[in-house]
Ligand binder design. Structure first.
Ligand SMILES: [Zn+2]
Length: 372
Protein backbone atom coordinates (compact mmCIF):
# COMPACT_ATOMS: atom_id res chain seq x y z
CA UNK A 1 0.00 0.00 0.00
CA UNK A 2 1.62 3.23 -1.16
CA UNK A 3 1.82 6.22 1.10
CA UNK A 4 2.87 9.76 0.59
CA UNK A 5 4.15 12.62 2.63
CA UNK A 6 2.61 16.00 1.98
CA UNK A 7 4.16 19.27 3.02
CA UNK A 8 1.87 21.64 4.82
CA UNK A 9 2.65 25.32 5.21
CA UNK A 10 3.44 26.60 8.66
CA UNK A 11 0.32 27.41 10.57
CA UNK A 12 -0.31 30.98 11.61
CA UNK A 13 0.31 31.61 15.30
CA UNK A 14 -2.36 30.04 17.44
CA UNK A 15 -2.02 32.76 20.01
CA UNK A 16 -3.96 35.93 19.30
CA UNK A 17 -1.66 37.96 21.48
CA UNK A 18 1.70 37.45 19.85
CA UNK A 19 4.02 40.25 20.83
CA UNK A 20 7.35 41.26 19.40
CA UNK A 21 10.13 38.73 19.87
CA UNK A 22 11.88 39.27 23.10
CA UNK A 23 15.38 38.69 21.82
CA UNK A 24 17.81 35.90 22.28
CA UNK A 25 17.95 35.72 26.06
CA UNK A 26 15.59 33.85 28.28
CA UNK A 27 15.29 30.19 27.44
CA UNK A 28 11.87 28.97 26.49
CA UNK A 29 12.70 25.43 27.48
CA UNK A 30 10.11 23.97 29.77
CA UNK A 31 10.41 20.21 29.97
CA UNK A 32 10.93 18.56 33.31
CA UNK A 33 14.66 18.61 32.55
CA UNK A 34 14.81 22.34 31.99
CA UNK A 35 12.84 22.98 35.17
CA UNK A 36 15.49 21.04 37.05
CA UNK A 37 18.29 22.87 35.28
CA UNK A 38 16.78 26.23 36.18
CA UNK A 39 16.22 25.28 39.82
CA UNK A 40 19.76 24.02 40.04
CA UNK A 41 21.13 27.27 38.67
CA UNK A 42 19.00 29.46 40.88
CA UNK A 43 19.01 27.58 44.15
CA UNK A 44 21.71 24.92 43.95
CA UNK A 45 19.14 22.24 44.69
CA UNK A 46 19.31 20.52 48.02
CA UNK A 47 18.90 16.80 47.86
CA UNK A 48 15.83 15.33 49.47
CA UNK A 49 13.93 12.15 48.80
CA UNK A 50 10.20 12.69 49.03
CA UNK A 51 7.99 9.69 49.57
CA UNK A 52 6.78 8.40 46.24
CA UNK A 53 4.99 5.54 47.96
CA UNK A 54 7.39 3.10 46.39
CA UNK A 55 9.71 0.66 48.07
CA UNK A 56 12.46 1.35 45.57
CA UNK A 57 12.52 5.09 46.29
CA UNK A 58 16.06 4.69 47.55
CA UNK A 59 17.21 3.93 44.02
CA UNK A 60 15.58 7.07 42.64
CA UNK A 61 17.58 10.19 42.19
CA UNK A 62 14.82 12.54 43.23
CA UNK A 63 15.53 16.13 44.03
CA UNK A 64 13.34 18.53 45.93
CA UNK A 65 12.97 20.54 42.72
CA UNK A 66 11.59 17.52 40.89
CA UNK A 67 9.07 16.97 43.67
CA UNK A 68 7.94 20.59 43.44
CA UNK A 69 7.62 20.31 39.65
CA UNK A 70 5.51 17.16 39.64
CA UNK A 71 3.60 17.47 42.89
CA UNK A 72 2.75 21.10 43.46
CA UNK A 73 1.07 24.06 41.78
CA UNK A 74 4.51 25.59 41.19
CA UNK A 75 5.21 23.11 38.40
CA UNK A 76 2.01 24.08 36.62
CA UNK A 77 2.75 27.79 37.00
CA UNK A 78 6.23 27.23 35.60
CA UNK A 79 4.77 25.37 32.61
CA UNK A 80 2.24 28.17 31.95
CA UNK A 81 4.96 30.79 32.03
CA UNK A 82 7.19 28.82 29.67
CA UNK A 83 4.22 28.34 27.33
CA UNK A 84 3.72 32.10 27.15
CA UNK A 85 7.41 32.71 26.55
CA UNK A 86 7.62 30.04 23.84
CA UNK A 87 4.56 31.40 22.00
CA UNK A 88 6.29 34.76 21.83
CA UNK A 89 9.66 33.41 20.91
CA UNK A 90 8.44 30.88 18.33
CA UNK A 91 5.13 32.24 17.02
CA UNK A 92 5.10 29.57 14.29
CA UNK A 93 6.56 26.79 16.42
CA UNK A 94 10.15 25.75 17.19
CA UNK A 95 10.33 23.54 14.07
CA UNK A 96 8.68 23.18 10.68
CA UNK A 97 6.67 20.00 10.45
CA UNK A 98 5.01 17.97 7.70
CA UNK A 99 1.83 15.96 7.60
CA UNK A 100 2.26 12.30 6.73
CA UNK A 101 -0.76 10.79 4.98
CA UNK A 102 -1.13 7.04 4.79
CA UNK A 103 -4.35 5.46 3.51
CA UNK A 104 -6.49 8.33 4.70
CA UNK A 105 -4.79 8.62 8.10
CA UNK A 106 -3.03 11.95 8.66
CA UNK A 107 -0.29 12.33 11.25
CA UNK A 108 0.94 15.84 12.05
CA UNK A 109 3.59 16.76 14.64
CA UNK A 110 2.64 19.99 16.43
CA UNK A 111 5.66 21.82 17.82
CA UNK A 112 5.21 23.35 21.27
CA UNK A 113 7.36 24.98 23.94
CA UNK A 114 11.01 24.89 22.90
CA UNK A 115 11.36 21.26 21.77
CA UNK A 116 8.14 19.31 22.48
CA UNK A 117 5.97 17.62 19.87
CA UNK A 118 2.31 16.81 20.28
CA UNK A 119 0.91 14.57 17.56
CA UNK A 120 -2.44 14.89 15.80
CA UNK A 121 -3.80 11.73 14.22
CA UNK A 122 -6.84 12.18 11.99
CA UNK A 123 -8.96 9.55 10.31
CA UNK A 124 -10.14 11.45 7.23
CA UNK A 125 -13.00 9.01 6.53
CA UNK A 126 -14.76 9.89 9.80
CA UNK A 127 -12.99 13.18 10.65
CA UNK A 128 -12.16 11.82 14.09
CA UNK A 129 -9.01 13.21 15.65
CA UNK A 130 -6.75 11.94 18.41
CA UNK A 131 -3.99 13.95 20.03
CA UNK A 132 -0.98 12.48 21.77
CA UNK A 133 0.35 14.68 24.62
CA UNK A 134 -1.39 18.03 24.08
CA UNK A 135 1.37 20.37 25.25
CA UNK A 136 -0.18 23.65 24.11
CA UNK A 137 -3.99 23.51 24.08
CA UNK A 138 -4.16 26.63 21.87
CA UNK A 139 -2.27 25.02 18.97
CA UNK A 140 -4.32 21.83 19.30
CA UNK A 141 -7.54 23.84 19.22
CA UNK A 142 -6.33 25.84 16.20
CA UNK A 143 -5.55 22.61 14.35
CA UNK A 144 -8.95 21.07 15.14
CA UNK A 145 -10.80 24.16 13.97
CA UNK A 146 -8.75 24.54 10.81
CA UNK A 147 -9.18 20.89 9.86
CA UNK A 148 -12.82 20.78 11.05
CA UNK A 149 -12.33 17.51 12.89
CA UNK A 150 -13.68 16.19 16.18
CA UNK A 151 -11.35 15.51 19.08
CA UNK A 152 -12.28 12.02 20.23
CA UNK A 153 -9.40 11.23 22.54
CA UNK A 154 -6.27 12.49 24.26
CA UNK A 155 -3.57 9.85 24.65
CA UNK A 156 -1.30 11.01 27.45
CA UNK A 157 2.09 9.35 27.90
CA UNK A 158 2.88 10.74 31.35
CA UNK A 159 2.13 13.37 33.97
CA UNK A 160 4.89 15.93 33.30
CA UNK A 161 3.26 19.26 32.44
CA UNK A 162 4.96 19.56 29.06
CA UNK A 163 3.02 16.42 28.04
CA UNK A 164 -0.23 16.69 29.98
CA UNK A 165 -0.66 20.44 30.53
CA UNK A 166 -3.33 20.83 27.83
CA UNK A 167 -5.57 17.97 29.00
CA UNK A 168 -7.94 19.89 31.26
CA UNK A 169 -8.51 22.88 28.96
CA UNK A 170 -9.21 20.61 25.98
CA UNK A 171 -11.60 18.51 28.08
CA UNK A 172 -13.47 21.69 28.97
CA UNK A 173 -13.63 22.71 25.28
CA UNK A 174 -14.57 19.27 23.95
CA UNK A 175 -16.36 17.54 26.77
CA UNK A 176 -17.02 14.25 24.97
CA UNK A 177 -13.28 13.78 24.50
CA UNK A 178 -11.78 10.86 26.45
CA UNK A 179 -8.47 11.19 28.29
CA UNK A 180 -6.31 8.06 28.42
CA UNK A 181 -3.31 7.40 30.60
CA UNK A 182 -2.09 5.47 33.60
CA UNK A 183 -3.70 5.82 37.02
CA UNK A 184 -0.33 5.77 38.79
CA UNK A 185 0.80 8.97 37.09
CA UNK A 186 -1.71 11.65 38.26
CA UNK A 187 -2.68 12.47 34.66
CA UNK A 188 -4.74 15.69 34.71
CA UNK A 189 -8.32 15.12 33.53
CA UNK A 190 -7.88 11.36 33.19
CA UNK A 191 -11.18 9.64 32.27
CA UNK A 192 -9.99 6.25 30.96
CA UNK A 193 -7.23 4.61 33.04
CA UNK A 194 -5.19 2.07 31.11
CA UNK A 195 -3.49 -1.19 31.96
CA UNK A 196 -0.59 -2.75 30.03
CA UNK A 197 -1.59 -3.90 26.51
CA UNK A 198 -5.08 -2.37 26.63
CA UNK A 199 -6.45 -1.43 23.23
CA UNK A 200 -8.18 1.81 22.27
CA UNK A 201 -10.50 1.97 19.27
CA UNK A 202 -11.33 5.29 17.61
CA UNK A 203 -13.86 5.03 14.79
CA UNK A 204 -13.28 2.09 12.46
CA UNK A 205 -9.72 2.78 11.29
CA UNK A 206 -7.70 3.67 14.37
CA UNK A 207 -6.66 1.02 16.83
CA UNK A 208 -4.01 1.78 19.43
CA UNK A 209 -2.31 -0.49 21.92
CA UNK A 210 -1.00 0.93 25.19
CA UNK A 211 2.22 -0.43 26.66
CA UNK A 212 3.13 0.20 30.26
CA UNK A 213 6.72 1.49 30.20
CA UNK A 214 7.78 2.87 33.62
CA UNK A 215 11.19 4.40 34.33
CA UNK A 216 10.92 8.04 33.31
CA UNK A 217 7.82 8.22 35.52
CA UNK A 218 6.09 5.45 37.48
CA UNK A 219 3.10 5.40 35.15
CA UNK A 220 4.63 6.12 31.73
CA UNK A 221 2.70 4.68 28.77
CA UNK A 222 3.59 4.46 25.08
CA UNK A 223 0.98 4.12 22.33
CA UNK A 224 1.25 1.96 19.24
CA UNK A 225 -1.08 2.75 16.35
CA UNK A 226 -1.64 -0.68 14.85
CA UNK A 227 -0.71 -0.61 11.15
CA UNK A 228 -3.19 -3.40 10.38
CA UNK A 229 -6.10 -1.19 11.43
CA UNK A 230 -5.51 1.10 8.45
CA UNK A 231 -3.20 -0.80 6.11
CA UNK A 232 0.00 1.16 6.79
CA UNK A 233 3.07 0.93 9.01
CA UNK A 234 2.54 0.82 12.75
CA UNK A 235 3.34 4.09 14.51
CA UNK A 236 4.85 4.35 17.97
CA UNK A 237 4.18 7.48 20.03
CA UNK A 238 6.91 7.09 22.60
CA UNK A 239 6.60 10.17 24.85
CA UNK A 240 9.73 10.50 26.98
CA UNK A 241 10.71 6.81 26.84
CA UNK A 242 12.60 6.81 23.52
CA UNK A 243 13.75 9.69 21.32
CA UNK A 244 15.62 9.66 18.04
CA UNK A 245 18.94 8.19 19.25
CA UNK A 246 18.05 8.74 22.91
CA UNK A 247 15.97 7.80 25.92
CA UNK A 248 14.30 9.71 28.74
CA UNK A 249 15.84 10.35 32.13
CA UNK A 250 15.14 7.79 34.79
CA UNK A 251 13.36 10.05 37.24
CA UNK A 252 11.15 7.45 38.87
CA UNK A 253 12.62 4.05 38.12
CA UNK A 254 15.76 1.96 38.27
CA UNK A 255 17.92 1.10 35.26
CA UNK A 256 16.43 -2.41 35.37
CA UNK A 257 12.90 -1.00 35.10
CA UNK A 258 13.94 1.30 32.26
CA UNK A 259 15.69 -1.57 30.47
CA UNK A 260 12.53 -3.64 30.54
CA UNK A 261 10.58 -0.69 29.08
CA UNK A 262 13.21 -0.20 26.34
CA UNK A 263 13.05 -3.92 25.58
CA UNK A 264 9.32 -3.49 24.93
CA UNK A 265 10.26 -1.00 22.20
CA UNK A 266 12.97 -3.29 20.78
CA UNK A 267 10.45 -6.13 20.53
CA UNK A 268 8.33 -4.15 18.06
CA UNK A 269 8.56 -4.46 14.28
CA UNK A 270 11.51 -2.74 12.53
CA UNK A 271 9.16 -0.96 10.09
CA UNK A 272 7.39 0.83 12.96
CA UNK A 273 7.59 4.61 12.64
CA UNK A 274 8.86 6.36 15.77
CA UNK A 275 7.23 9.65 16.83
CA UNK A 276 8.96 10.83 20.03
CA UNK A 277 7.92 13.59 22.46
CA UNK A 278 10.86 15.94 21.87
CA UNK A 279 13.11 17.28 19.10
CA UNK A 280 16.38 16.07 20.61
CA UNK A 281 17.87 14.33 17.55
CA UNK A 282 20.93 16.50 17.00
CA UNK A 283 22.08 16.49 20.60
CA UNK A 284 21.40 12.77 20.98
CA UNK A 285 23.33 11.81 17.85
CA UNK A 286 26.31 13.93 18.90
CA UNK A 287 26.30 12.10 22.22
CA UNK A 288 26.02 8.76 20.38
CA UNK A 289 29.04 9.81 18.29
CA UNK A 290 30.95 10.23 21.52
CA UNK A 291 30.23 6.71 22.75
CA UNK A 292 30.20 4.87 19.40
CA UNK A 293 32.45 6.87 17.06
CA UNK A 294 32.75 4.08 14.49
CA UNK A 295 29.03 3.52 13.94
CA UNK A 296 28.37 4.16 10.23
CA UNK A 297 24.55 4.19 10.48
CA UNK A 298 24.78 6.81 13.21
CA UNK A 299 27.13 8.98 11.17
CA UNK A 300 24.78 8.92 8.16
CA UNK A 301 21.79 9.79 10.31
CA UNK A 302 23.73 12.61 11.99
CA UNK A 303 24.59 14.17 8.62
CA UNK A 304 20.92 14.03 7.60
CA UNK A 305 19.78 15.46 10.93
CA UNK A 306 22.29 18.34 10.76
CA UNK A 307 20.93 19.18 7.32
CA UNK A 308 17.32 19.08 8.55
CA UNK A 309 18.04 21.15 11.65
CA UNK A 310 19.95 23.81 9.69
CA UNK A 311 16.51 24.59 8.20
CA UNK A 312 14.67 23.94 11.49
CA UNK A 313 12.91 20.93 9.99
CA UNK A 314 11.36 18.26 12.19
CA UNK A 315 13.30 14.99 12.35
CA UNK A 316 10.33 12.71 13.11
CA UNK A 317 9.67 10.01 12.21
CA UNK A 318 12.55 7.57 12.17
CA UNK A 319 11.96 3.82 12.14
CA UNK A 320 12.64 1.35 14.93
CA UNK A 321 14.88 -0.56 12.50
CA UNK A 322 17.07 2.54 12.21
CA UNK A 323 17.00 3.20 15.95
CA UNK A 324 18.24 -0.32 16.69
CA UNK A 325 21.29 0.48 14.55
CA UNK A 326 22.36 3.74 16.17
CA UNK A 327 20.38 4.51 19.35
CA UNK A 328 22.86 3.53 22.12
CA UNK A 329 20.01 3.11 24.62
CA UNK A 330 18.61 0.26 22.51
CA UNK A 331 22.07 -1.30 22.12
CA UNK A 332 23.03 -2.33 25.65
CA UNK A 333 23.37 -5.91 24.34
CA UNK A 334 26.12 -5.04 21.83
CA UNK A 335 29.71 -5.79 22.66
CA UNK A 336 31.05 -2.71 20.87
CA UNK A 337 29.08 -0.38 23.13
CA UNK A 338 29.90 -2.34 26.27
CA UNK A 339 33.61 -2.11 25.48
CA UNK A 340 33.37 1.56 24.56
CA UNK A 341 31.96 2.18 28.04
CA UNK A 342 34.75 0.10 29.56
CA UNK A 343 32.35 -2.49 30.99
CA UNK A 344 32.62 -6.26 31.23
CA UNK A 345 30.14 -8.83 32.43
CA UNK A 346 31.12 -10.26 35.82
CA UNK A 347 31.35 -14.07 35.94
CA UNK A 348 28.43 -14.35 38.37
CA UNK A 349 26.39 -11.60 36.73
CA UNK A 350 23.07 -12.26 35.09
CA UNK A 351 22.83 -11.01 31.44
CA UNK A 352 19.88 -8.71 32.17
CA UNK A 353 21.53 -7.27 35.27
CA UNK A 354 24.65 -6.64 33.19
CA UNK A 355 22.69 -4.88 30.46
CA UNK A 356 21.00 -2.74 33.14
CA UNK A 357 24.47 -1.76 34.36
CA UNK A 358 25.42 -0.81 30.78
CA UNK A 359 22.25 1.28 30.50
CA UNK A 360 22.90 2.96 33.84
CA UNK A 361 26.42 3.94 32.81
CA UNK A 362 25.17 5.23 29.46
CA UNK A 363 22.44 7.30 31.15
CA UNK A 364 24.93 8.64 33.67
CA UNK A 365 27.22 9.81 30.86
CA UNK A 366 24.33 11.38 28.99
CA UNK A 367 23.23 13.26 32.12
CA UNK A 368 26.73 14.71 32.39
CA UNK A 369 27.17 15.27 28.65
CA UNK A 370 27.49 18.86 27.61
CA UNK A 371 27.58 19.76 23.97
CA UNK A 372 30.80 21.53 23.03
ZN1 LIG B 1 8.84 13.90 30.99
Amino acid sequence: SGWRVRSVPLRSPASATVKALRGPHGTAASSCESWLAQRRRSSGSRECVPSLGNATAATFHVTGAYWLYTRTRLGYMFYKRQLRKARERYPAGHSKTQTTIINGIKITPIPALSDNYSYMIVDTSSNFAVVVDPTDPQSVQAYLEEERVTLEAILCTHKHWDHSGGNRILRRLYNSCRVYGNNMDNIPGLTHPLADKDTIEIGTCLRFRAFYTPGHTVGHIIYLLDGRSYGGPSCLFSGDLVFLSGCGRMFEGSALTMLSSLDTVSSLNDETLLWPGHEYAEDNLLFAADVEPGNVAREQKLQWVLQQRSQRLCTSPSTLGEEKEYNPFLRSHTQGLQWALGLKQNPDEDWTAYRARVLEELRRRKDLYKRR
